[in-house]
Ligand binder design. Sequence first.
Ligand SMILES: CC(C)(COP(=O)(O)OP(=O)(O)OC[C@H]1O[C@@H](n2cnc3c(N)ncnc32)[C@H](O)[C@@H]1OP(=O)(O)O)[C@@H](O)C(=O)NCCC(=O)NCCS
Length: 163
Amino acid sequence: MTAVRLVEITAGNRDAVRALRVRPGQERFVASVAKSLEDAATTPEGEPWYRAVYAGEEPVGFVMLSWAVPPGRPGVLGPYFLWRLLVDGRHQGRGVGRAVLDEVVALVRADGGTELLASHQPGDDGPGAFYLKYGFRPTGEVDHGETVLRLALRPHPASRSAT
Ligand SMILES: CC(C)(COP(=O)(O)OP(=O)(O)OC[C@H]1O[C@@H](n2cnc3c(N)ncnc32)[C@H](O)[C@@H]1OP(=O)(O)O)[C@@H](O)C(=O)NCCC(=O)NCCS
């Protein structure tokens, strides 16, 4: 099992995180870190929340969610939507992606979320199988040409009734 930490992006690590690259041919499945940071800055209605993914002392990936989006925002999936997820090509296939989902799911549950949405470009060589293996299931919706998936979350223990 790969242990990961979700770390804030600051002036100290921004360049290293922006330098992360997916494998050749995967660029069509996910935007770069640089583009994602731009999108976060220009799309406040999407309630962007993002972190660098570290394995040990090294940045190995990037994750961005729409976080606790209030209801009724046209064009924004939520309340919790996995907007971007990428693992650097050199670090794929070692459990990093799954470990990031574990961390994100724990955070969303702790925030009271009951489901996590995601979406992906259709295509056999894309990340769809990764999400299905984790437990996401298609909702039947298509958003901006992408297949929408849903992961139901068990309630966080702290939010259960004491009775
Ligand atoms: C998709 C991605 C995040 C997965 O991260 P990863 O660290 O390589 O995945 P993991 O090693 O944690 O894989 C977990 C499981 O999913 C499987 N898996 C991962 N990617 C897969 C793929 N493309 N197709 C089929 N299975 C896949 C792994 O084999 C593993 O299975 P196992 O439990 O039987 O061992 C990563 O490959 C990536 O960044 N891809 C390019 C960008 C992208 O597509 N992002 C998603 C945008 S929606």
